[in-house]
Design a protein around this ligand. Structure first.
Ligand code: NOJ
Length: 769
């Protein structure tokens, strides 16, 4: 039987066209013949399973925290564990698989999962940074390499991509997602699923994607992690649900369920979400996975009185795998015995778990990704397992130039450069949060990147200048699980004085400032968006030296940078740029690479202004900078709108965008229309930019956003070169969900806007007939 399955897969693989990493075709595992073989195989297996063995398959155990290793081995051999996560070395997972396939009665293989979010051993920039590349090939490459490295370490599944739309930078997990925009995040969602799963998820170098966190986790009230989500159905369908759906349509094998409640019902107990939307409406055929301990948390949510009721709610709602809690293992047997949960309900969850294992190729070969012991890497951390060239290239594409007064940048490789800031020499922080198996020792800091670039052509001088935070409470919090931040015990003023002295010897200052990586993480929401600690005093003191001041920002969320914008001569947003981050930053600072990144999230002027996102509604009293006055929608203390808009980012060259040419004034139903601009590089160096197309439905049955991204193209132009960029629009681009959740376009006027960020746009109009 197993050989036959394998043969089936090989046959279907052979008939697949060649795919690129970002290709969107349906994986071979879904072909009719394969589906038939899979269903027959699983039905046959399930007939042989006891209730205990079935419930065992629904348990996903955390290696690090849940039970000691000997107990895990015993439980696996007894058929009471379906899979584990957090164990990421072949030699650690091999005995677990042996316990399953050699000792358990039915020899059902285990699967091994991990949070491979933006790289595995080679760490790429955090997801918010990847999104800022607007480069689907670069993002696909990061995902493909992640899959190759993770599968080589025996992993079968990743808990990614994380596609929660987030419009509130107070939320620490903003760093983990791809930003505020539905269209951009949806495009990336598909690319990531295809990159992780490859041509076929059963290939040895593919891993199964579990898109998360379903649903709406990024909309937690006030940006406070795990908080409540309350949202109208139209906003859900229009803005927040599409990226998850795109992942499902792209064939993601798993869906991880969010920790938050949605309109009062926790996602983990939400039949509407898990059954009606996910399975019925979207046709999801894979496995659903609870988040860490989420079933038990139904008690704290106040919808279950005890663990038993929590398990009952979750299984009935459609949670297949229970991650890291005892709910299913302890409670499902009794619930079935008492007739409160039917065997049919258990069976449907088991079928999905076994189906996922089948799709991952584990029944055909349980050691598919574990391999032979003889071939285990001698050193898991060896340099030759890394993809440094690719990491550097991807990272350069994610850097966003926010300011460049009088061409302060690029810097020359000469004279003396003062490098200031504790982040400048922090290997750990380069990696960002959720850095999988990335090793700080292998990451290149900004200081080292600059040193590599200048060699002996220029002199670097360094001072720490300030701790990222001097607040004991914050540092204790950040160091709670692992040691994350080193604190220099010297008085803050002494450190600033030393930095000023260092800066005074130099021709230019490069200050690396921002957040430590743990500040932009799960459970790391912030109530302030300033650069933390005494770093702001440090910047002020450095500015006072009168030397050209370049701020290299490291952060996992939009920050409030009003003062810094005034103080700095140049600002480069580098996120947490990964293993090769320092070299990538140096490439851009010295002009060896011309920056082309564009923000995937608006940077607000103040925290009081949140939420600040570009695709807002117009309101009945829109603010207009030309008609300042009372009774319009704004805060009277400050200018409306972001400090840096969505889609913004400078280059070392300049681009001119022509007026828009439309192929017609009217678009018939089912017809098409082309909007074109000519983009010209009017500067002196070659450079890339992202041409962005936005639409506005001027009058509709409900208010529609002032603009919504509908397409973009990244173009590379030599000095003086121009290119016509054309976008084809169809009726689909004009559709939206009305209050009855009907997805349709309404006739009337549409504005089409094209530009190099969401604010600086050219505009034209057409009518949908
Ligand atoms: C909790 C996080 O919310 C989730 O994203 C992650 O996948 C799991 N822990 C497992 O690490």
């Amino acid at each position: 039987m197993n050989k036959l399955c394998l043969l089936g897969l090989l046959v279907s693989l052979a008939s697949q066209p060649a795919l690129s990493a970002s290709d969107t075709s349906v994986p071979a595992a879904n072909s009719q013949a394969t589906l038939h073989a899979k269903n027959a195989f699983i039905s046959n297996l399930m007939k042989q399973m006891t209730l205990d063995e079935k419930i065992g398959q629904l348990r996903l155990i955390s290696i690090s925290s849940e039970m000691p290793q000997p107990m895990i081995l015993k439980e696996i051999a007894a058929g009471r564990i379906g899979g584990t996560f957090n164990s990421i070395v072949r030699s650690e997972n091999r005995p677990l698989q042996e316990a399953a396939v050699a000792k358990s009665r039915l020899k059902i293989p285990m699967f091994f999962a991990y949070d491979v979010v933006h790289g595995h051993r080679t760490i790429f920039p955090i997801s918010l940074g990847l999104a800022a590349s607007w480069d689907m090939d670069a993002i696909a490459l990061s995902g493909r390499i992640s899959a190759q490295e993770a599968s080589a370490d025996s992993l079968d599944m990743t808990f990614a991509p994380m596609v929660d739309i987030s419009r509130d930078p107070r939320w620490g997990r903003t760093s983990e997602g791809f930003g505020e925009d539905t269209y951009l995040v949806s495009r990336i969602s598909k690319v990531m699923v295809n990159a992780f799963q490859g041509k076929d998820v059963s290939a040895p170098d593919s891993i199964m994607a579990s898109v998360k966190h379903f649903a709406l986790y990024g909309a937690v009230e006030g940006g406070r992690d795990y908080n409540t989500v309350d949202m109208s159905p139209t906003r859900m369908y229009q803005d927040y649900l599409p990226p998850y759906r795109t992942a499902v349509d792209a064939g993601a094998g798993g869906v991880m369920i969010a920790l938050n409640s949605v309109n009062g019902v926790p996602a983990t107990a939400n039949t509407w979400l898990l059954h009606d939307v996910l399975r019925k409406e979207w046709g999801f055929k894979g496995v659903t996975i609870s988040d860490h301990g989420a079933i038990k948390e139904l008690i704290d949510h106040g919808v279950a009185k005890d663990l038993r009721q929590a398990a009952k709610l979750a299984i009935k709602a459609g949670v297949d795998l229970s991650m890291n809690d005892k709910a299913y293992g302890e409670e499902l047997p009794g619930l079935v015995k008492d007739g409160e949960v039917s065997v049919k309900e258990i069976d449907s969850a088991v079928r999905e778990v076994l189906g996922a294992k089948y799709d991952m190729g584990l029944f055909a070969n349980p050691y598919l990704r574990i391999g032979d012991a003889a071939q285990d890497p001698v050193d898991t951390y060896s340099e030759d397992r890394l993809h440094r060239v690719e990491a550097r290239d991807v990272a350069r594409k994610t850097l966003v130039l926010l300011k460049n007064k009088d061409e302060t940048l690029p810097l020359k490789k000469q004279g003396t450069i003062a490098v200031i800031g504790s982040l400048a020499k922090s290997q750990l922080d380069m990696l960002g949060s959720w850095s999988a198996a990335g090793r700080p020792k292998q990451s290149v800091t900004v200081y080292d990147g600059l040193a590599n670039a200048v060699g002996d052509k220029a002199k670097l001088v360094y001072a720490r200048g300030a701790n990222v935070s001097d607040n004991d409470h914050i540092n204790e919090y950040l160091n709670f699980i692992e040691h994350e931040v080193d604190v220099d015990p010297r008085p803050a003023q002494e450190m600033i004085d030393e930095a000023v002295k260092t800066a005074e010897q130099a021709d230019v200052i490069v200050a690396v400032v921002g957040e430590s990586r743990g500040m932009s993480h799960e459970a790391a929401s912030r109530s302030s968006l300033n650069i933390p600690g005494k770093q702001r005093d440090l910047i002020k003191a450095l500015k006072a030296t009168g030397k050209p001041l370049v701020l290299v920002l490291m952060n996992g969320r939009p920050l409030v940078l009003v003062d810094e914008l005034a103080q700095a001569d140049a600002m480069l947003e580098t996120w947490f740029p990964g293993t090769e981050g320092g070299n990538a930053v140096a490439d851009v600072l010295f002009g060896d690479y011309n920056p082309s990144g564009k923000l995937a999230m608006s940077f607000p002027r103040s925290i009081g202004q949140l939420p600040t996102y570009y695709a807002h509604l117009n309101t009945g009293r829109p603010y207009s900078p030309d008609k300042v006055g009372n009774y319009t929608s704004h805060y009277f203390e400050e200018t409306n709108g972001p400090l840096f808009p969505f889609g913004y980012g400078l280059s070392y060259t300049q681009f001119d965008v022509s007026d828009i040419t439309l192929s017609a004034k009217d678009m018939p139903r089912n017809g098409k229309l082309t909007a074109s601009v000519t983009v010209k590089n009017t500067g002196k160096v070659a450079g890339a930019t992202v041409v962005q197309l936005y639409l506005r439905d001027v009058t509709a049955s409900i208010s529609r956003p002032v603009k919504e991204l509908k397409n973009f193209e990244k173009v590379m132009l030599q000095p003086g070169e121009e290119k016509v960029v054309s976008f084809t629009l169809s009726e689909d681009d004009l559709k939206f969900y009305n209050p009855s959740l009907k997805y349709a376009a309404e006739p009337g006027e549409f504005k089409v806007m094209i530009g190099l960020d969401s604010e600086a746009v050219k505009q034209a109009s057409f009518n949908l007939l």
